[in-house]
Design a protein around this ligand. Structure first.
Ligand code: GLA
Length: 380
C-alpha cells in the first residue's frame, strides 16, 4: 500500500478535530476517498461500456468510531449533525452515509451504529463526484470498523446501490469505482461490464503537459431529469437494436429515429474513443490524446446534447488559446470541463477561459490544475 496522501492527512486532522468537538471522544480512525475527473468515456457506464477516470487530489475524509446510535456530522457550511436510531428514511447529505450503511447490510456486510464526522474539499456541485467521495470514505470506514474485507470492485457496486436505491439517483458505476480504484499517476481504463481495469501511466508533468479543470460554476439545470432521459433513450435504442446494452451495438448500427440514432452514435463512438485513448497514451503519451478529447466533447454537445453554454464557452476558449484538447467531463448540463495544455500555455488558456465567460456574462469559472492522485485509502 502506498503511504497516505499528505493532503488527505491534513484533511483527516480537520475531520478528527470535528469528531472530537462534536462527539467529545476520539475517532477509531480516518478514511479518505477522492473526487474524480473522467478523462474520457461519458455516459458509457450505464451502457456497460468503457470509462477512463483519474482521482483528483481532493478528498472526503470520514473520521469514525462505533457508537450507541447513528450520528453523522459534516463540517460543510458551518457544520450540521444528523442523529438517528434507524437507517430508514434519512434524507439530505446524510443519506449518502446512511445509504452506505444500508447497502452494506443488504450486501451481507453487517454494520452497527457508528459516529462519522466528515470533512471534504471535493468541490461541491462541480460534477467532480463529491457525493461518491463521501460514500466511499464512509464505506471504507464501516468496512474496517466491522472487520469486512471487501473487494474494491464489489465495494463500488455496493456504493452505487446506495446511490441508486437509497439516495434515488439513477447513476452508473463510474464515480464510485473511480474513487475506490484509481491509482496515483494513472488514468484507469475500466470496462463497466465486468469492472476489469488497466491502470495506464498518466504523468503529465513529465511530458511538459498540464490538465486544467474548469469548474464553470454553472447551475446544474434539469440535470437529474435529463440524465434519466438519456438513460431511457439508450434503453430504447438497445431494445430496437435487439441488444441488452448499447455496448453490444455493432459499429455500423443505425436507427431511423434521429434522436435515438444520435444517442446511439455517441455511445458507439465514445467507446471507440476510450479504446483509442488507451492506445495513444501507451504509444505516444498524453500529447496524442487531444483530438480524442475534443471529438468526445463535440459528440456530447451535438449527439448526446448534454453540454451547455458555460461548458461550450470553456472548451472553445481553451482550444482557441492553444489547448491540445478539451471536453466537458461528468454528467453534463453544468459542472466542469477539462483542457489538456502545454504547461507553458496554462496561464494563457486559463485567462482565455475566464475572459470568454466574462464576455458572455456567464458565471466566473474556477480553474485549477489536476494531477492523478491516490484512490480511497485509510489515513490512520
Ligand atoms: C455522472 C454519473 C456517472 C456517469 C457520468 C457520465 O457522473 O454519476 O455514473 O454516468 O455522469 O459519464
Amino acid at each position: 500500500m502506498p503511504a497516505p496522501d499528505p493532503h488527505a492527512a491534513e484533511l483527516a486532522d480537520r475531520a478528527e478535530d470535528a469528531f472530537r468537538a462534536e462527539f467529545g471522544a476520539d475517532p477509531a480512525g480516518s478514511w479518505a476517498a477522492p473526487g474524480r475527473v473522467n478523462l474520457i468515456g461519458e455516459h458509457t457506464d450505464y451502457n456497460e461500456g468503457f470509462v477512463m477516470p483519474f482521482a483528483l487530489p481532493f478528498y472526503a475524509v470520514a473520521a469514525a468510531a462505533e457508537s450507541e446510535t447513528w450520528e453523522f456530522h459534516s463540517t460543510y457550511r458551518g457544520g450540521s449533525t444528523v442523529r438517528t436510531d434507524t437507517l430508514d428514511g434519512v434524507t439530505g447529505w446524510a443519506a449518502y452515509l446512511a445509504g452506505i450503511a444500508w447497502a452494506m447490510n443488504e450486501a451481507g456486510y453487517p454494520v452497527r451504529p457508528t459516529r462519522i464526522a466528515l470533512h471534504s474539499d471535493v468541490p461541491h456541485g462541480a460534477g467532480l463526484s463529491s457525493s461518491a467521495a463521501m460514500e466511499c470514505a464512509a464505506l471504507l470506514a464501516l468496512a474496517d470498523l466491522y472487520g469486512h474485507d471487501i473487494d474494491r470492485g464489489l465495494a463500488a457496486r455496493i456504493a452505487r446501490r446506495a446511490e441508486n436505491e437509497y439516495v434515488g439517483a439513477p447513476t452508473g458505476i463510474l464515480d464510485q469505482s473511480a474513487s475506490l480504484l484509481c491509482e496515483e499517476g494513472r488514468a484507469m481504463f475500466m470496462d463497466c461490464r465486468d469492472l476489469s481495469r488497466d491502470q495506464v501511466p498518466f504523468e503529465l508533468e513529465a511530458e511538459g503537459l498540464t490538465m486544467l479543470v474548469v469548474d464553470t460554476n454553472a447551475p446544474h439545470r434539469h440535470a437529474d431529469g435529463e440524465y434519466a432521459a438519456r438513460r431511457a433513450d439508450c434503453e430504447e435504442a438497445a431494445r430496437l437494436l435487439g441488444v441488452e446494452f448499447l455496448r453490444d451495438a455493432p459499429d455500423d448500427a443505425s436507427l431511423e429515429d434521429d434522436r435515438l440514432n444520435r444517442r446511439l452514435r455517441h455511445i458507439v463512438t465514445e467507446n471507440r474513443r476510450v479504446l483509442e485513448t488507451v492506445k495513444a497514451l501507451k504509444e505516444t503519451g498524453a500529447s496524442g490524446i487531444g483530438d480524442l478529447l475534443t471529438a468526445s466533447h463535440v459528440s456530447m454537445r451535438d449527439d448526446y446534447e448534454i453540454s451547455c453554454a458555460e461548458l461550450d464557452s470553456a472548451v472553445d476558449a481553451a482550444l482557441g488559446a492553444g489547448a491540445l484538447g478539451a471536453r466537458m467531463t461528468g454528467g453534463g448540463f453544468g459542472g466542469s470541463a477539462i483542457a489538456l495544455v502545454e504547461a507553458t500555455s496554462a496561464q494563457k488558456v486559463e485567462a482565455a477561459v475566464t475572459d470568454a465567460a466574462a464576455e458572455k456574462n456567464l458565471p466566473t469559472p474556477r480553474v485549477f490544475k489536476a494531477r492523478a492522485a491516490q484512490g480511497a485509502h485509510r489515513v490512520r
